[in-house]
Design a protein around this ligand. Structure first.
Ligand code: ARG
Length: 496
């Protein structure tokens, strides 16, 4: 770390945008031998900040690469021994000084490669888990081919590290430099001798020296440049910087791909229970439906016990029927429903609530939201035959999966004649890609008091915040029915 070190802002003569393109010609005091890079062209390039230092220019101490919405790959020597809370990560902005508190993201796990050896500088690779997934951020794929990069292959590295090979000049801007692979998958590296282990490290530089990463660039990306950048290394060590006999050395990501897969893939599926609202009505029972969702498809079966409890104001056995059981998610299933019978009455009451709690799951899942809240809205202040729609809250499902938002549409009592009502979905903060628009007509026969409108909610991307849409009732006919609640709101909760 270089906390406390004085950074000197280098005035960039010209901003060279060369993510994947040619480096600036005639660059002098840039990253060693490189030029300023617009962070937008290398959006997966990450700055590591010390969370205790407010000034982002002073706080930056290493680099990294966003390899997944939830994971940053960096060097082990940057983070070993540091608690997760002491590190923040940022990306997408060229100038360190422009990273505000909101641009510095918390991490909640530091995974250092178990083979990391600080003395030998081997297996210098670590993963940082983001507390909140990087919304819409670009990620870079890991190289998995041990034959890549070939000797002489063009490579690029990026970082906010020292730009002077003879002194210390820490830039505010992100710098990058084009390098050549100097070892191939089996060769040697400059004068390092046995220190350099080709199948675990990548050697890069230029003949005669003058181009390299340097202090403060550690952990940052070394990438192939064509056709699309692929991550081949994280900045690890060097003797001096940009010396002719000592090229830079990067940890070879292909030799750690299995470990990365293991750590990233071991993320536990998260279970969450949603909330539900219905209007009580005067007679009979109707089901309050709580959506229980898994945020990822699991290849193994997951089960979770549930039970209504006494955390709500409604009384079990009086206002609703207590329920307990186990939900079983078959492989790839992401959505289940807990159904609780609510008993209607004609007494004027306040709004009542029902609690449903999830227990300990099997199958490696964890519970992200264990408490569902059911709300029973009283409509006994009104009279006659009334029709209403409730609300629903669903957890978000996995990308590409579908969860069901179930709206309860209910009559206050058994209708004497057939009652019909139209319904249609209306876009809210949740857009047309978030749910399947639907409209139709519900027909209540003389014995029916409740109907369910099921809307499929799809996951196109990781939502940034809760999103919502509505189902609106219209044109109710039959039995002198009055619509007392025409709009039901579905909230898609971002519970990551
Ligand atoms: N290990 C150093 C750091 O923590 C520098 C790494 C790169 N050095 C080099 N000559 N390529 O920033």
């Amino acid at each position: 770390m270089r906390i406390g070190q004085i950074r000197v802002v280098v005035a960039a003569a010209a901003i060279a945008l060369f993510g994947g393109l040619a480096p600036t010609a005639g660059a002098q005091t840039r990253i060693i031998g490189g030029g300023v890079v617009d962070a937008a062209t290398v959006p997966w390039t990450v700055a590591l900040f010390s969370s205790s230092v407010a000034d982002s220019y002073q706080a930056q101490f290493c680099g990294g690469s966003l390899i997944d919405a939830s994971w940053v790959l960096t060097a082990a020597h940057c983070v070993v021994g540091s608690p997760a809370a002491s590190i923040e990560v940022g990306w997408g902005k060229t100038k360190l000084s422009t990273y505000t508190a909101a641009d510095r993201h918390a991490i909640d796990r530091v995974e250092v490669n178990p083979q990391y050896d600080a003395g030998a500088d081997t297996s210098d690779i670590a993963l940082l888990h983001l507390t909140t997934p990087a919304v819409g951020a670009a990620t870079i794929a890991l190289d998995r081919d041990p034959a890549v990069p070939a000797l002489g292959a063009p490579l690029a590295t990026y970082g906010w590290g020292n730009t002077s090979s003879s002194g210390t000049v820490y830039p505010d801007d992100l710098y990058g430099v084009m390098l050549d692979d100097r070892s191939g998958p089996t060769g040697t590296c400059g004068s390092y001798g046995a220190v350099f282990i080709a199948d675990h490290m990548v050697c890069a530089g230029v003949v005669g020296g003058g181009k390299d990463a340097c202090q403060g660039d550690s952990g940052g990306p070394l990438v192939t440049t064509t056709p699309t950048p692929v991550l081949v290394g994280d900045t690890s060590f060097g003797t001096g910087c940009a010396l002719a006999a000592y090229p830079g050395v990067w940890a070879r990501t292909s030799s750690y791909a299995d470990w990365v897969d293991q750590v990233v893939g071991a993320e536990a599926p998260r279970l969450a229970i949603g909330d539900a609202t219905l209007v009580e009505g005067d007679t009979g029972t109707r089901a309050l439906k709580f959506a229980v969702t898994l945020d990822v498809k699991s290849t193994t079966q997951i089960s979770v016990p549930y039970a209504t409890d006494t955390s709500g104001t409604a009384t079990p056995g009086v206002d609703f029927t207590a329920r307990a059981g186990t939900l079983v998610f078959k492989p790839n299933a992401t959505s289940k429903v807990v159904s609780v019978p609510v008993r209607a009455d004609a007494n004027l009451e306040a709004t009542e609530t029902i609690g449903v709690a999830l227990g300990l799951p099997t199958g490696g899942a964890i519970v992200a939201d264990a408490a569902g809240v059911g709300t029973i809205l009283d409509d006994d202040g009104a009279s006659g035959l009334r029709l209403s729609i409730g609300d629903v809250v669903v957890g978000e499902g996995d990308y590409g999966s579908v969860v069901k938002a179930q709206f309860v549409v209910s009559l206050s009592q058994v209708p004497a004649t057939t009652v019909t009502v139209g319904y249609t979905t209306v876009t809210g903060t949740a857009g047309g890609r978030d749910f399947t628009a639907k409209s139709g007509t519900l027909t209540f026969s003389a014995s029916q008091r409740a109907k369910i409108v099921t809307i499929n909610v799809g996951r196109e991307w990781i939502p940034e915040a809760d999103e919502s849409f509505t189902v609106v009732l219209s044109g109710a006919t039959g039995g002198g029915v009055t619509v007392t609640r025409a709009t039901g709101t579905a909230t898609i909760r971002n519970d990551d």
